[in-house]
Design a protein around this ligand. Sequence first.
Ligand SMILES: Nc1ncnc2c1ncn2[C@@H]1O[C@H](COP(=O)(O)OP(=O)(O)OP(=O)(O)O)[C@@H](O)[C@H]1O
Length: 654
Amino acid sequence: MAVGPCTIALQERRVQLVESWSQNVTHLQELLYQVGALTEEDLSLVRGGGRLGVRDSMRNLLDVLHGRGEEACRAFFHVLQSQRANKESESMVAAIPPEGSGTSSSGSGPTNMQEHLTKHKDILGRQHSPVDYLSIRTIRCSSSESSDESCSFTDITLSRCVGYTVPLQYHQHEVAMVGDAFRSQDQVCTFQDVCQSLLSVPAEDVSLLSGVAGSGKTTVVRRLVHEWAKDSGSQKIVLSLSFRELNLLSEPQSLQELLLVHYSHLKPVLPWVIDSQPGRILLILDGLDEFRFPLEFERSPKCSDPERKLGMGEMVVNLIKGHLLPGISILVTSRPHAISKVPPLLVTQLYSILGFSKDQQKHYFEQSCNSPLVASAVWGYVSSYQPLQLMCRIPAFCWIVSTALCDRAPCCLSQVTTTTLPNITRTTPAGSSDSSTSNNRAEEATPTPSTFSSTVPRVMLMSGHVKPITITEIYCCFLKSILVFHGEGHSQEGCSPQCLQEAPRVLREMRPTLRDLGALAFKGLLERRFLFDQADLSSFSLDCSGLSKTFLVEILREDRASLTCQRSFHFIHTSVQEFLAALYYVLQALSGADPFSGLKSAVGVALFPVALHKVLTSTANKLLRPRRLLRRYVKKAFSWGGHHQSGHMDLFCR
Ligand SMILES: Nc1ncnc2c1ncn2[C@@H]1O[C@H](COP(=O)(O)OP(=O)(O)OP(=O)(O)O)[C@@H](O)[C@H]1O
């Protein structure tokens, strides 16, 4: 609860207030409900089931307001002012502290404020409800006993520090940074702590949430919005936009236009709240690392007029600097390499996602697998191989691993033997992790084309032969799980052992589609695009028919971008986009082809002069054997990753 001058005044004048206002308590409650200072629950608390007299109701009202904090108490004094019922109250109103803590002197606000807020919560709550994008997992979740919600959120460990300092240079790969020991000034915290701090009213600050690819930033945002929407008592008004969507707005727009188009249901109240109670607004901007417009904090012209049209980069700069919508709080999420785009001086606090602890990983598998037997087999496997367990600090890997390893009913696990796994095991000794492991991980990530011809690794779980597996192989298995599932049709019970035998055929058939998908993913990474339109898909012959259709529906999700209403597609997760891009890249290079040649665009040309590039490629092709050629290409890939410094190609490089 935020304590301020109005909270204190309310306590100090409690006796007088009860004396002067008890006869008006019902009317006061109604007004406070209308401006959103009280909720329905509060009203019934104040009324005490209709059994209380007016003085007791008034006392209850003051207690509830005090419990709600400074913003509610301030609203109360404004309501009194608007009533001007007696001199006593006016003298009290005169004691309201001056503006500056985020409230208005412009009256009690629009009518039906609370209804609008409730509607807004309904809409955002639904938009941010827990989802699992894969239908095979949704089927598993619905067949398991756990509820949808528990199926999709496991507690995660975070740290918090006041402000932040820009690291001089990232020597480490981003993925290796997850769960790192943090600096002494950082404080470990839970999701609930973050929630509490961001949803407290009023606040006026810029917070950053940093986390490596797949560490769960978007999930934290979804969960935060979901929790807020469920809390009928929260007076915060959350607005949430993603940089991915802002990328689509290439024409200048005014902030007012943008917000009112996006939140048309808030039209009657948003301008008033922005004007009078900005401290109630939390604006979430998700995925700074994906933003394609430059953020020029030094050079962008100052703009404090929400009606003026601005480029997206300028708009974000002016929001973060507090020129546009002064007084609101902002949460920006980003992969670590891109957080430095926001100058440290503007940042009040930095949250970093440290990932899943061992217990949290175990819990994740218990929730996401369809039976305790499978969950314990998967966890047994993951925990016995330290590099995999380290990677599973990242939730996206847990998701991939769980999809790859436990996506069928246990009957399938027991009926296939290890002899169907000729190509997916590796020689890295189990448990051979040490501090250097993470830095060496990139070397593990070289797949061979034969990776595609093996069946899924879930068989290892029951065979008793626990063997190490690379991250690349896990992703391959993830794809295979989807392919096999769709190749043979599916039912609630999962596919038959027969369908596992058919895996190689399905994989063979899908190889051209995977290549095209990989080329699209690769082109997207080079252009820093994560949303694609129908024309992009067509240019890579992704025609969405037959088997490829069902598969593509899983891997490429269709969206109507809410800011533009255009039909668009994105990979199920950015890590899958990066994996497919890398797979395409490596397979092209291994077969002696130039990974850029299949892109049918000017991207490669822009990065390397055409002639030089051609000469180099053909000479290299003649002189080098495929593996050496691959190594050379991988080096190039690393150098772009380094160049971009936004972390969006980290997994690709791995
Ligand atoms: N707390 C969590 N509980 C359960 N699953 C989670 C959690 N966090 C993340 N996941 C899983 O990991 C996947 C990736 O998470 P998310 O998209 O939130 O990561 P991100 O950090 O936003 O990734 P990126 O940087 O690539 O945008 C989710 O789709 C979800 O399946």
